[in-house]
Design a protein around this ligand. Sequence first.
Ligand code: MG
Length: 399
Amino acid sequence: MDFESNHSSPVLADPASTNSSRLGIYSNLLPYSPPGGSLSSSKYSRKKPGKLDEVCSSGWLDAMKSSSPPRKKLFKDGSDTAYSSWMVMLALLLIICHAFKHPSALNSFEEIAKFAKNKKIAMFLDYDGTLSPIVDDPDNAFMSDDMRSVVKNVAKHFPTAIISGRSRYKVYQLVGLTELYYAGSHGMDILGPVGKASMSNDHPNYTESTTDQQGKEGNLFQPAREFVPMIDEVFRTLVENTKGIEGAKVENHKFCVSVHFRNVDEENWQPIAQCVQDILDKYPRLRRTHGRKVLEVRPMIDWNKGKAVEFLLESLGLSNRDDVLPIYIGDDLSDEDAFKVLREGNRGYGILVSSRPKETSAVYSLKDPKEVMKFLSSLVTWKKVEEGGCILNNRRTIL
Ligand SMILES: [Mg+2]
């Protein structure tokens, strides 16, 4: 629960509409055709009051405010010290409750290791806010060399995939490890292992055995491929319509578009929300989701990071096995889909990266990317010891 917000439902992702097919693709999807007319390409100007009311009443602004902790003060201070004390008490209570509900994965490491014994761990990692710190400019969200080295070691021992909201190419550029599998655009662009997943059966957007720009071979699955021209058009429109809003940054992730407002004055958040609402009005096959100080526009298909985890597990031949323990580490709302898949199937552990209490489907928590690095290092060390023990036992048996 976000204690600095009145938002009653902290899970902000918009639910997609129903009618999904076996493949998880909405049955009303048709090949892309441009809408009747493009949006105004002129610089952003304030829209008619009705539209603004729509944005305000829909709770967007509340959601935008609660999408990331404020940088400076958690509470208003000043003359009302009793109120501040009460808020501090409330915050402490929430932290204690959260610690009970979602204990630290570091403090619970023995418990996790005990459960993982004799199991094959499959590791899924978000990128921003998980492997790299959240920074003002998303282009500068670099992971440290130490983190890269740890992730490389993780991949030596466990099948490992990065599932990011960024484009697959961009996240590969940032991580730079060929040992991993990559899923970009919230799992809508997967270059997975060569094993086939039944979720891709007969899907027109599934390509067996392809080689990407990095020379890596794998099977490509892009369930929203027909949306690429539409997303490109939306990207250009949003760039044009937000260029008058200082600090706004629009990114094209190939299958979705992000509008960052981290560096935008709060008084201009409403125009940002309006620009996105205009897009949704014009393109009914797109939907909006939230991240940390970012609004995202993505295809209305029943596909998310949770589906991507299921897809990768099946491609790896690791689904529906009692001897497999998937672990997913992420910090954002889009990661909740993956946490839910693991929790509901009782299949593995979701680990939320957050320095504050949040409603989550994750089992454990870690405070920040530094703690993620410690946890991953501990897992590698534990695995080495376990493997060493197995080798020793086998030698004793042979002797
Ligand atoms: Mg993230």
